[in-house]
Design a protein around this ligand. Structure first.
Ligand SMILES: C[S@@+](CC[C@H](N)C(=O)[O-])C[C@H]1O[C@@H](n2cnc3c(N)ncnc32)[C@H](O)[C@@H]1O
Length: 315
């Protein structure tokens, strides 16, 4: 049930990032999702049960391909757009080409709880084009390896930070397929990326193994649900991430940013409407639509979401 619902979460998220202009890039319709979301159909099984495994694999393959294309397109446009930089500054407090929900207040909290040191080795999963990675390294002096499967994002990150090779390295890899070296990192950071992974248990196990003794993790995780029956998942110690952490005996502390996230989606809509003429004048209406459609879809569902920072300590 948990796995099935998480799969639906991934498919749902794929749908919300569709935008008119990117229909060729990401071609999933809401009707597809509604069909798949029909829990009864899935429960009744029959042919569906027999096909579950291959369908799951195929679904994962297709959604990965679409996400990758989506993020290649997003980072190619956002990296060069002045209006997008203005948008980021107004929403997050600083332009780090963010595509998640972590603003500067949340980033400050993350840095406070991790208290990274200059000699620390850090792994960041889903680093996008590495602006956040670079900022964290600049502020703390830590060595960070950023991983993302968007070729465009990693190419931009590598080019921009070529003079900081001593502190920063970037890898273009799928974190689901990647084996992280065991006992290597003092900290693992994951910002708004774990919901792309269909098997969070497996990812948490890999992250845990990659840590040195007494290593730590800082994870921003938004739990989404599609039915009020699953409301208990919204509790910080019962999200899909919390369940996985408990499974591997990992102790954690949480900070609640649910209210902040809800406010942020509303603000995103308002700021985007104000900036629409600028996006248009820049020839970047596609980027506008991409962000607007996503915010417009997500903003109304705040009662089915919760957001937490997890600070995890490995023994
Ligand atoms: C919502 S964005 C968050 C980006 C950045 N962490 C931030 O907060 O702005 C998710 C990022 O995860 C990356 N990503 C998603 N699934 C991935 C996977 N399986 N392997 C590597 N990167 C992945 C995407 O390319 C994208 O850059």
């Amino acid at each position: 049930m948990r796995k099935c619902a998480h799969r639906l979460t991934s498919i749902f998220f794929c749908c919300i990032i569709c935008s008119e202009g990117l229909k060729n890039v990401i071609n999933v319709s809401l009707t597809d999702t509604n069909d798949i979301e029909n829990k009864d159909k899935l429960k009744k099984g029959g042919t569906m049960n027999l096909l579950k495994k291959p369908l799951k694999k195929l679904g994962q393959f297709l959604s990965d391909r679409k996400y990758k294309r989506f993020y290649d397109a997003f980072f190619a446009l956002a990296d060069k757009s002045k209006t997008h930089a203005t948008f980021s500054k107004r929403i997050y407090g600083k332009d780090l080409c963010q595509h998640g929900m972590m603003d500067m207040a949340q980033l400050t909290k993350l840095l406070e709880v991790l208290n990274l040191q200059e000699n620390n080795r850090v792994l960041e999963l889903g680093c996008g084009n590495g602006f956040i990675t670079e900022y964290i390294s600049d502020v703390t002096g830590a060595h960070i390896t950023g991983v993302d499967y968007s070729k465009t994002a990693i190419k931009n990150a590598v080019e921009r930070t070529k003079d900081k090779k001593e502190k920063l390295s970037f890898l273009c890899q799928d974190i689901k397929k990647m084996d992280f070296s065991a006992g290597t990192f003092d900290a693992v950071i994951v910002i708004d990326t774990l919901h792309f992974v269909d098997n969070i248990d497996k990812m948490v196990k890999k992250m845990k193994n990659s840590l040195k003794p007494n290593g730590q993790m800082g994870i921003f995780f938004t739990q989404r649900i599609f039915s009020d029956d699953l409301k208990d998942w919204l509790q910080p110690d019962n999200t899909q991430l919390a369940q996985s952490l408990k499974k591997y005996n990992l102790n954690f502390k949480t900070w609640d940013f649910t209210k902040e996230e809800a406010e942020q989606w509303r603000k995103k809509l308002q700021v985007l409407e104000e900036l629409k003429p600028e996006f248009e004048a820049e020839g970047n209406l596609l980027l506008f639509k991409l962000r607007y459609n996503e915010a417009n879809f997500i903003a109304p569902n705040e009662h089915r979401r919760s957001r937490f920072l997890y600070h995890v300590l490995a023994m």
